[in-house]
Design a protein around this ligand. Structure first.
Ligand code: ATP
Length: 385
């Protein structure tokens, strides 16, 4: 770089002052073209979504960075070719270089609770009724986010039936303590796992009362040494009682996912869950309908054992998106029971694809929320006078 450029803070790679008018109109042409390209996940164009960085056009060579606000490693190649195809068609463009990446930021939480150290975003997975597949969904959602390139943690808050250690294949492991006061999560399949199940005897019935449970869980969340997480998925206990209410008030949750089966009785309870989050100001990210359709492994006949269309109806009623439907499939149960959840066991399979699509929708919804800058200004307290 020339001395004069350095002195004036000019980037040698940037167009010189002499031809800046031409370059600006060239760059405008690129921006206009990029503004016609829609990101299929967000439904927005890349310029409106502020995804385009470092746009350059020099001597026929165009280069840019496409930065997505959500993890989408499986989509990088498709996004790259979408942009390369469109820009290569422009007159005067000889080559196009597009670097696609994801950058996940912390997003504002309800009621302005301070963010948890080491965690950018917290996703609570809840259900009104037990046994609808909340834990199975939590595990596969966490694995799907990790598979798309995010740093992910999984906290088992299902104090009365902690099943995540078994589902994640780490039931025999015991977390270590660090710095004499923190617990190190167990890392498996690229996900940091913590469960009350690691710390209690699974054979003993849990007889704690509500306040004890809430205290144990907030402590577990605070005392775990989470390592730089983009997302922490919390598997809440089933139901909509005091425990869930207090937790939603104390934990800085970015948004909640409600799991239900299409059955009327489960939907009734799921509605209560939805209302509970509304009451405490936690945004609902959407509904997952589990055990939607049974496909016979013998003849392929499809049967809606738990009913049909319940998740869609509930979504419409509450103005909430149905994020996806999972079939009632023997492999989902077998994989979960054997400690190799579907997304880890068959990452390219059809069912893993359904979980990945749900995970992307969840991440896109979080990315659309306003960002939280509190970590950048930790000392500033804004007070109402
Ligand atoms: N889509 C599915 N197809 C087949 N089996 C499933 C499916 N989803 C979950 N299961 C199985 O159903 C059982 C209950 O699932 P899970 O433990 O995830 O439910 P839960 O809602 O978390 O229950 P609880 O909160 O009461 O512990 C498990 O054996 C699991 O493997």
């Amino acid at each position: 770089m020339k001395f004069i450029d350095r002195l004036l803070g000019r980037n040698a790679a940037a167009p010189s002052q002499g031809n800046s008018a031409v370059s600006e109109s060239q760059l405008d042409l690129l921006r206009q073209t990029l503004a016609t390209l829609i990101d299929p996940d967000t439904g927005k164009d890349y310029i409106a979504a502020k995804c385009v960085k470092n746009l350059q056009w020099q001597d026929g060579a165009v280069s840019l960075d496409l930065v997505l606000g959500y993890p989408a490693q499986s989509q990088f190649a498709a996004r790259q070719s979408q942009v390369v195809t469109a820009l290569s068609a422009l007159e005067g463009v000889d080559s196009v270089q597009v670097k696609v990446s994801s950058q996940i930021t912390a997003h504002a939480v309800a009621r302005g609770l301070p963010l948890q150290s080491g965690i950018k975003n917290i996703i609570a997975v809840a259900s009104g009724k037990g046994g609808v597949g909340k834990s199975t969904t939590s595990v596969n959602l966490a694995l799907a986010l990790a598979a798309e390139g995010a740093r992910v943690g999984l906290l088992d808050a299902d104090i009365y039936g902690p099943s995540l250690p078994t589902m994640m294949g780490v039931a025999e492991q015991h977390p270590e303590t660090t710095e004499n006061k923190y617990i190190k999560p167990i890392e498996h399949y690229g996900v940091q796992v913590m469960s009350i199940g690691f710390l209690i005897d699974p054979e003993q019935p849990m007889v704690w009362r509500g306040p004890m449970v809430t205290q144990a869980l907030t402590q577990l969340l605070n005392d775990t040494r989470w390592d730089n997480l983009d997302y922490l998925v919390i598997d809440l206990p089933p139901g909509t009682g005091d425990i869930q209410l207090t937790l939603s008030q104390k934990v800085p949750v970015t948004g909640a996912v409600i799991v239900t089966t299409p059955q009327d009785i489960a939907l009734l309870d799921a509605r209560k869950g939805l209302k509970m989050f509304e009451k405490v100001g936690v945004p609902i990210l959407g509904i997952v309908e589990n055990m939607s359709m049974h496909v016979c492994s013998n003849c392929g006949h499809m049967e809606p054992i738990f009913g049909e269309g319940g998740g869609e109806k509930m979504g419409q009623e509450y103005g909430t998106e149905l994020l996806g439907k999972l079939p009632l499939d023997l492999s989902i149960r077998l994989n979960a029971d054997s400690g190799k959840p579907t997304v880890a066991n068959d990452p390219d399979g059809e069912i893993a694809g359904l979980y990945k699509a749900i995970a992307r929708k969840v991440a896109v919804k979080i990315a659309a929320k306003s960002q939280d800058f509190s970590s950048k200004f930790p000392k500033i307290v804004i007070q109402n006078t």
